[in-house]
Design a protein around this ligand. Structure first.
Ligand code: NAP
Length: 242
Protein backbone atom coordinates (compact mmCIF):
# COMPACT_ATOMS: atom_id res chain seq x y z
CA UNK A 1 0.00 0.00 0.00
CA UNK A 2 1.32 3.45 -0.94
CA UNK A 3 0.53 6.29 1.45
CA UNK A 4 0.05 10.01 0.92
CA UNK A 5 -0.44 12.55 3.72
CA UNK A 6 -2.44 15.66 2.90
CA UNK A 7 -2.46 18.33 5.59
CA UNK A 8 -5.58 20.47 5.82
CA UNK A 9 -7.52 17.83 3.88
CA UNK A 10 -10.96 18.45 5.41
CA UNK A 11 -11.92 21.26 3.08
CA UNK A 12 -11.08 23.22 -0.08
CA UNK A 13 -7.86 22.50 -1.93
CA UNK A 14 -6.73 19.75 0.48
CA UNK A 15 -9.99 17.87 -0.01
CA UNK A 16 -9.67 18.03 -3.80
CA UNK A 17 -6.02 16.91 -3.64
CA UNK A 18 -6.95 13.95 -1.44
CA UNK A 19 -9.56 12.82 -3.97
CA UNK A 20 -7.07 13.25 -6.82
CA UNK A 21 -4.46 11.08 -5.09
CA UNK A 22 -7.03 8.33 -4.48
CA UNK A 23 -7.34 8.05 -8.25
CA UNK A 24 -3.56 7.59 -8.41
CA UNK A 25 -3.74 4.54 -6.13
CA UNK A 26 -2.72 6.10 -2.83
CA UNK A 27 -4.15 5.42 0.58
CA UNK A 28 -4.83 8.87 1.97
CA UNK A 29 -3.97 10.13 5.43
CA UNK A 30 -6.36 13.02 5.94
CA UNK A 31 -5.02 15.60 8.35
CA UNK A 32 -7.17 18.41 9.72
CA UNK A 33 -7.21 20.65 12.77
CA UNK A 34 -10.69 20.60 14.27
CA UNK A 35 -13.47 20.11 11.71
CA UNK A 36 -14.11 16.39 12.23
CA UNK A 37 -17.46 16.48 10.45
CA UNK A 38 -15.89 17.83 7.26
CA UNK A 39 -12.98 15.38 7.50
CA UNK A 40 -15.37 12.45 7.86
CA UNK A 41 -17.23 13.63 4.76
CA UNK A 42 -13.93 13.60 2.83
CA UNK A 43 -13.20 10.09 4.06
CA UNK A 44 -16.63 8.97 2.80
CA UNK A 45 -15.89 10.63 -0.57
CA UNK A 46 -12.53 8.80 -0.71
CA UNK A 47 -14.31 5.50 -0.06
CA UNK A 48 -17.02 6.28 -2.62
CA UNK A 49 -14.23 6.47 -5.20
CA UNK A 50 -13.12 2.97 -4.21
CA UNK A 51 -10.16 4.23 -2.19
CA UNK A 52 -9.29 4.10 1.46
CA UNK A 53 -7.94 6.51 3.99
CA UNK A 54 -7.69 7.42 7.62
CA UNK A 55 -8.23 10.59 9.60
CA UNK A 56 -5.21 12.13 11.32
CA UNK A 57 -6.27 14.99 13.51
CA UNK A 58 -3.38 17.20 14.60
CA UNK A 59 -2.42 20.85 14.60
CA UNK A 60 0.52 21.32 12.22
CA UNK A 61 1.57 24.43 14.13
CA UNK A 62 2.05 22.35 17.29
CA UNK A 63 5.32 20.42 17.15
CA UNK A 64 4.47 17.95 19.93
CA UNK A 65 0.98 17.23 18.57
CA UNK A 66 2.42 16.63 15.09
CA UNK A 67 5.16 14.34 16.40
CA UNK A 68 2.68 12.35 18.47
CA UNK A 69 0.34 11.75 15.51
CA UNK A 70 3.08 10.81 13.04
CA UNK A 71 4.95 8.57 15.44
CA UNK A 72 1.71 6.76 16.33
CA UNK A 73 1.10 6.16 12.62
CA UNK A 74 4.67 4.92 12.12
CA UNK A 75 4.37 2.54 15.09
CA UNK A 76 1.14 1.11 13.68
CA UNK A 77 2.58 0.77 10.16
CA UNK A 78 6.22 -0.31 10.65
CA UNK A 79 6.64 -1.69 7.14
CA UNK A 80 5.21 1.31 5.32
CA UNK A 81 6.27 4.88 4.71
CA UNK A 82 4.59 8.05 3.56
CA UNK A 83 5.67 8.48 -0.04
CA UNK A 84 3.84 11.72 -0.78
CA UNK A 85 3.47 14.72 1.51
CA UNK A 86 1.22 17.61 0.56
CA UNK A 87 1.82 20.54 2.92
CA UNK A 88 -1.49 22.28 2.35
CA UNK A 89 -2.79 23.32 5.80
CA UNK A 90 -2.97 27.09 5.94
CA UNK A 91 -4.76 30.07 7.40
CA UNK A 92 -4.89 33.78 6.71
CA UNK A 93 -5.48 36.60 9.19
CA UNK A 94 -5.26 39.72 7.07
CA UNK A 95 -4.53 43.15 8.48
CA UNK A 96 -2.40 46.14 7.61
CA UNK A 97 0.94 45.86 9.38
CA UNK A 98 0.12 49.12 11.12
CA UNK A 99 -2.78 47.45 12.92
CA UNK A 100 -1.49 43.87 13.05
CA UNK A 101 -1.66 42.16 16.42
CA UNK A 102 1.34 40.00 17.39
CA UNK A 103 -1.02 37.00 17.52
CA UNK A 104 -2.11 37.61 13.90
CA UNK A 105 1.53 37.57 12.88
CA UNK A 106 2.53 34.51 14.89
CA UNK A 107 -0.59 32.40 14.19
CA UNK A 108 -0.09 32.75 10.45
CA UNK A 109 3.67 32.07 10.63
CA UNK A 110 3.16 29.14 13.00
CA UNK A 111 0.64 27.38 10.75
CA UNK A 112 1.87 28.17 7.24
CA UNK A 113 5.66 28.22 7.77
CA UNK A 114 6.39 26.28 10.96
CA UNK A 115 3.73 23.74 9.95
CA UNK A 116 5.81 22.95 6.87
CA UNK A 117 8.84 22.29 9.08
CA UNK A 118 6.98 20.38 11.79
CA UNK A 119 5.56 17.82 9.35
CA UNK A 120 8.30 17.62 6.72
CA UNK A 121 11.14 16.95 9.18
CA UNK A 122 9.40 13.78 10.33
CA UNK A 123 8.87 12.29 6.85
CA UNK A 124 11.81 13.30 4.69
CA UNK A 125 14.24 10.71 6.07
CA UNK A 126 12.05 7.72 5.13
CA UNK A 127 11.64 9.12 1.61
CA UNK A 128 15.42 9.45 1.26
CA UNK A 129 16.07 5.95 2.61
CA UNK A 130 13.48 4.49 0.20
CA UNK A 131 14.89 6.66 -2.61
CA UNK A 132 11.49 7.91 -3.68
CA UNK A 133 9.34 10.75 -2.41
CA UNK A 134 7.27 13.75 -3.38
CA UNK A 135 6.84 16.85 -1.24
CA UNK A 136 4.46 19.48 -2.58
CA UNK A 137 3.93 22.71 -0.71
CA UNK A 138 0.80 24.75 -1.34
CA UNK A 139 2.08 28.32 -1.22
CA UNK A 140 0.48 31.40 -2.79
CA UNK A 141 0.76 34.23 -5.25
CA UNK A 142 0.97 36.32 -2.08
CA UNK A 143 4.31 34.70 -1.24
CA UNK A 144 5.74 35.52 -4.67
CA UNK A 145 4.43 39.02 -5.22
CA UNK A 146 3.59 40.20 -1.71
CA UNK A 147 0.08 41.52 -1.16
CA UNK A 148 -0.94 44.51 0.96
CA UNK A 149 -2.83 43.48 4.08
CA UNK A 150 -0.98 40.18 4.11
CA UNK A 151 2.53 40.88 5.40
CA UNK A 152 2.13 37.90 7.75
CA UNK A 153 0.80 35.56 5.06
CA UNK A 154 3.20 36.80 2.36
CA UNK A 155 6.13 36.31 4.76
CA UNK A 156 4.99 32.80 5.67
CA UNK A 157 4.39 31.68 2.10
CA UNK A 158 7.60 33.40 0.92
CA UNK A 159 9.44 31.46 3.62
CA UNK A 160 8.01 28.17 2.39
CA UNK A 161 8.94 29.08 -1.19
CA UNK A 162 12.58 29.61 -0.16
CA UNK A 163 12.55 26.44 1.94
CA UNK A 164 11.16 24.49 -1.03
CA UNK A 165 14.11 25.57 -3.18
CA UNK A 166 16.67 24.80 -0.46
CA UNK A 167 15.26 21.39 0.53
CA UNK A 168 14.94 20.35 -3.12
CA UNK A 169 18.73 20.64 -3.45
CA UNK A 170 19.33 18.65 -0.27
CA UNK A 171 17.31 15.61 -1.33
CA UNK A 172 17.37 15.52 -5.15
CA UNK A 173 20.00 12.80 -5.39
CA UNK A 174 17.82 10.51 -3.28
CA UNK A 175 14.90 10.55 -5.72
CA UNK A 176 12.86 12.98 -3.65
CA UNK A 177 11.38 16.04 -5.36
CA UNK A 178 10.19 19.17 -3.57
CA UNK A 179 7.99 21.66 -5.37
CA UNK A 180 5.48 24.39 -4.63
CA UNK A 181 2.20 25.31 -6.25
CA UNK A 182 1.20 28.95 -5.94
CA UNK A 183 -2.53 29.49 -6.40
CA UNK A 184 -4.10 32.87 -7.06
CA UNK A 185 -7.77 33.18 -6.09
CA UNK A 186 -9.40 29.77 -5.62
CA UNK A 187 -13.01 29.20 -4.53
CA UNK A 188 -12.92 27.81 -0.98
CA UNK A 189 -13.89 28.71 2.58
CA UNK A 190 -10.67 30.73 2.75
CA UNK A 191 -11.84 33.11 0.01
CA UNK A 192 -15.57 33.05 0.86
CA UNK A 193 -15.33 36.51 2.46
CA UNK A 194 -13.74 38.12 -0.63
CA UNK A 195 -15.65 40.20 -3.20
CA UNK A 196 -15.35 37.78 -6.10
CA UNK A 197 -17.36 39.94 -8.53
CA UNK A 198 -14.91 42.82 -8.22
CA UNK A 199 -11.70 40.78 -7.84
CA UNK A 200 -12.34 38.67 -10.93
CA UNK A 201 -12.06 41.79 -13.08
CA UNK A 202 -8.30 41.77 -12.27
CA UNK A 203 -7.91 38.16 -13.40
CA UNK A 204 -7.30 37.59 -17.12
CA UNK A 205 -9.35 34.36 -16.96
CA UNK A 206 -12.17 36.45 -15.38
CA UNK A 207 -12.96 33.89 -12.68
CA UNK A 208 -11.65 32.30 -9.52
CA UNK A 209 -10.04 28.87 -9.94
CA UNK A 210 -11.41 25.67 -8.45
CA UNK A 211 -9.78 23.36 -5.91
CA UNK A 212 -9.96 20.60 -8.55
CA UNK A 213 -7.81 22.67 -10.95
CA UNK A 214 -5.14 23.02 -8.24
CA UNK A 215 -5.44 19.31 -7.46
CA UNK A 216 -4.68 18.43 -11.10
CA UNK A 217 -1.39 20.30 -10.91
CA UNK A 218 -0.54 18.77 -7.55
CA UNK A 219 -1.39 15.33 -8.94
CA UNK A 220 1.04 15.79 -11.81
CA UNK A 221 3.86 16.95 -9.52
CA UNK A 222 3.11 13.96 -7.25
CA UNK A 223 3.36 11.50 -10.14
CA UNK A 224 6.42 9.56 -11.32
CA UNK A 225 6.18 11.55 -14.60
CA UNK A 226 7.34 14.68 -12.75
CA UNK A 227 10.59 13.06 -11.58
CA UNK A 228 12.91 15.69 -13.11
CA UNK A 229 11.01 18.72 -11.80
CA UNK A 230 12.26 19.90 -8.43
CA UNK A 231 12.74 23.18 -6.59
CA UNK A 232 10.05 24.80 -8.74
CA UNK A 233 7.16 27.04 -7.76
CA UNK A 234 4.39 26.72 -10.31
CA UNK A 235 1.75 29.42 -10.41
CA UNK A 236 -1.90 28.56 -11.00
CA UNK A 237 -3.78 31.82 -11.10
CA UNK A 238 -5.72 32.38 -14.33
CA UNK A 239 -3.05 34.68 -15.72
CA UNK A 240 -2.60 37.13 -12.82
CA UNK A 241 0.79 38.77 -13.15
CA UNK A 242 3.22 37.50 -10.54
P1 NAP B 1 -9.62 26.22 3.63
O1 NAP B 1 -10.78 25.90 2.76
O2 NAP B 1 -9.75 27.29 4.67
O3 NAP B 1 -9.13 24.84 4.35
C1 NAP B 1 -8.02 24.87 5.18
C2 NAP B 1 -7.73 23.49 5.72
O4 NAP B 1 -6.53 23.58 6.49
C3 NAP B 1 -8.82 22.95 6.63
O5 NAP B 1 -9.00 21.57 6.42
C4 NAP B 1 -8.24 23.20 8.03
O6 NAP B 1 -8.66 22.23 9.01
C5 NAP B 1 -6.77 23.02 7.77
N1 NAP B 1 -5.93 23.67 8.78
C6 NAP B 1 -5.86 24.97 9.11
N2 NAP B 1 -5.00 25.15 10.11
C7 NAP B 1 -4.49 23.93 10.42
C8 NAP B 1 -3.58 23.45 11.38
N3 NAP B 1 -2.96 24.29 12.24
N4 NAP B 1 -3.32 22.12 11.44
C9 NAP B 1 -3.94 21.26 10.59
N5 NAP B 1 -4.82 21.66 9.64
C10 NAP B 1 -5.10 22.98 9.57
O7 NAP B 1 -8.35 26.66 2.78
P2 NAP B 1 -7.98 26.43 1.21
O8 NAP B 1 -8.47 27.60 0.46
O9 NAP B 1 -8.34 25.08 0.78
O10 NAP B 1 -6.39 26.59 1.31
C11 NAP B 1 -5.51 25.48 1.29
C12 NAP B 1 -4.10 26.01 1.14
O11 NAP B 1 -4.01 26.76 -0.08
C13 NAP B 1 -3.64 26.95 2.24
O12 NAP B 1 -2.28 26.71 2.53
C14 NAP B 1 -3.80 28.31 1.63
O13 NAP B 1 -2.94 29.24 2.22
C15 NAP B 1 -3.45 28.02 0.19
N6 NAP B 1 -3.98 28.98 -0.76
C16 NAP B 1 -5.31 29.14 -0.93
C17 NAP B 1 -5.77 30.07 -1.85
C18 NAP B 1 -7.23 30.30 -2.11
O14 NAP B 1 -7.56 31.20 -2.89
N7 NAP B 1 -8.14 29.52 -1.54
C19 NAP B 1 -4.86 30.83 -2.60
C20 NAP B 1 -3.51 30.63 -2.40
C21 NAP B 1 -3.07 29.70 -1.49
P3 NAP B 1 -10.16 22.27 9.64
O15 NAP B 1 -11.06 21.91 8.50
O16 NAP B 1 -10.12 21.27 10.73
O17 NAP B 1 -10.37 23.67 10.11
Amino acid sequence: MKYALVTGAARGIGRAVALKLVGMGYKILLNYKSNTEAAEEVLRAVEALGGSGELMRFDVSNREDTERAISQWKAANPLDYIEILINNAGIRKDNLLLWMEPSEWSDVLDTNLNGFFNVTRLLVKDMMVKKYGRIINVVSLSGIKGLPGQTNYSAAKGGVIAATKALAQEVAKKGVTVNGVAPGFIKSDMTADLDEASLKRQIPAERFGTPEEVASLVGFLASPEASYITGEIISINGGLYT
